[in-house]
Design a protein around this ligand. Structure first.
Ligand SMILES: Cc1cc2nc3c(=O)[nH]c(=O)nc-3n(C[C@H](O)[C@H](O)[C@H](O)COP(=O)(O)OP(=O)(O)OC[C@H]3O[C@@H](n4cnc5c(N)ncnc54)[C@H](O)[C@@H]3O)c2cc1C
Length: 345
């Protein structure tokens, strides 16, 4: 069947928009790289605590998904700042690394949360709007988002890579199951791409303005940016600055770097886990041990667990000592565990 004349024109405008998209992409990437290089070339001496591993990635774009990124644009504090505030001390507040490690682990284990609020991080994030909707539910951050009332949105939208293009899970209503494959996967990807391009072509047509700010048709007035944006689907990228303290960032990660979180927001959370591990390695280690790989056990669950304990092991102090050493727990932590299990004093 021949396409209608109007349809042909529409297809051409989508193709034009797509081609312009490729050229814009390259120009935008080069401009961004130049800005980052300029920022990184300028150094300032400071008396404040800095973390070399974080300085190394400051301002750089850490890529996420197909067009997204996370950039650390500023941070306050380090592992030592937590120790310092916990001890309410002058100066660094640190004693020895093992001492600081023990204190940080104690604070994490016992949910003494306020020292972790003494560290802060400021990020520049580029993310699809549907990911932003999930992310913004975390109310304990300071946010400033790119204004699509004021500026024209980039022609950048998220298309899942084919292994992430999956069917609805029947076991978990909020999840996906096996990946689509073959012709169905290809057609789905093509449809997402062409509909997203088509929406952008309509967006610029309504604006009567290209992304570069050139008027498309001098005979028309065009629609306000705050209205034209409503035709863009939620896979379009937005950007924001996001500032949060370490305590609330860890809470965010415990929810969003978790297997129950949607893959797309998890991809951002995974990058942030690496950032935190570089920034505050002692906190990260404690967080992994007590939150990420640890578990909360209910009262009834704990009772069941106690009954499962092997009496012979519990009576053998040597075996218990060996078990503790193998686990890497401090004697104090091991005593606390035994007390939780109703054993020891
Ligand atoms: C896997 C997953 C699925 C989800 N599904 C849905 C869904 O289907 N529908 C939906 O609407 N949401 C959903 N959410 C969002 C979820 O319900 C929370 O809104 C979101 O995770 C933010 O959590 P939070 O409130 O603990 O975080 P934050 O807003 O960062 O708050 C951190 C902590 O501060 C405290 N706090 C902050 N504000 C207040 C307040 N006003 N009053 C009291 N305490 C406060 C709380 O202790 C809170 O835990 C989902 C989240 C996840 C991780």
């Amino acid at each position: 069947m021949q396409p209608r004349a109007g349809q042909r024109k529409e297809d051409e405008s989508v193709r034009d928009a797509s081609e312009a998209h490729g050229a814009d992409d390259a120009a935008l990437a080069a401009a961004r790289e130049a800005e980052i290089a300029e920022q990184r070339a300028e150094t300032r001496p400071t008396l404040r605590a800095t973390v070399p591993a974080l300085e190394e990635l400051l301002y750089k774009e850490l890529p996420v998904l197909d067009h997204g990124f996370v950039r650390v644009v500023d941070y306050l504090g380090d592992d030592g700042a937590i120790v310092q505030s916990a001890r309410v001390s002058y100066g660094k507040g640190t004693k020895t690394v093992s001492n600081d490690r023990g204190l940080i682990r104690y604070l994490m284990r016992h949910r003494h949360t306020t020292p972790f609020e003494m560290c802060e991080i400021k990020l520049h994030v580029k993310l699809p709007m549907f990911v932003a909707r999930q992310w913004i539910r975390h109310r304990t951050a300071n946010v400033n988002e790119y204004s699509a009332r004021y500026s024209i949105l980039d022609h950048e939208f998220y298309v899942p890579a084919s292994p992430d293009l999956a069917t609805q899970s029947s076991a978990n209503r909020q999840g996906r199951a096996e990946a689509l494959s073959g012709a169905e996967a290809e057609q789905t990807l093509n449809e997402i791409t062409s509909e997203s391009d088509r929406a952008y072509a309509l967006y610029t047509k309504l604006l009567n303005e290209t992304a570069a700010g050139d008027v498309i048709d001098p005979e028309r007035l065009g629609l306000a940016r705050e209205l034209a944006r409503m035709v863009l689907p939620v896979n379009y990228y937005t950007q924001w600055y996001w500032k949060i303290d370490l305590y609330n960032l860890l809470h965010f990660l415990s929810l969003r770097a978790d297997a129950h979180a949607q893959y797309e927001i998890r991809a951002y959370a995974d990058v942030l886990c690496d950032v935190v591990a570089k920034w505050v390695p002692l906190v990260w280690e404690a967080f992994e041990d007590y939150r990420m790989t640890g578990a909360n056990i209910s009262g009834p669950g704990l009772e069941a667990l106690k009954e499962m304990l092997d009496e012979a092991t519990l009576a053998d102090q040597e075996k218990l000592d060996e078990l503790r050493k193998r686990s890497g727990m401090s004697p104090r932590e091991f005593r606390e565990l035994m007390a939780t299990l109703g054993r020891g004093s």
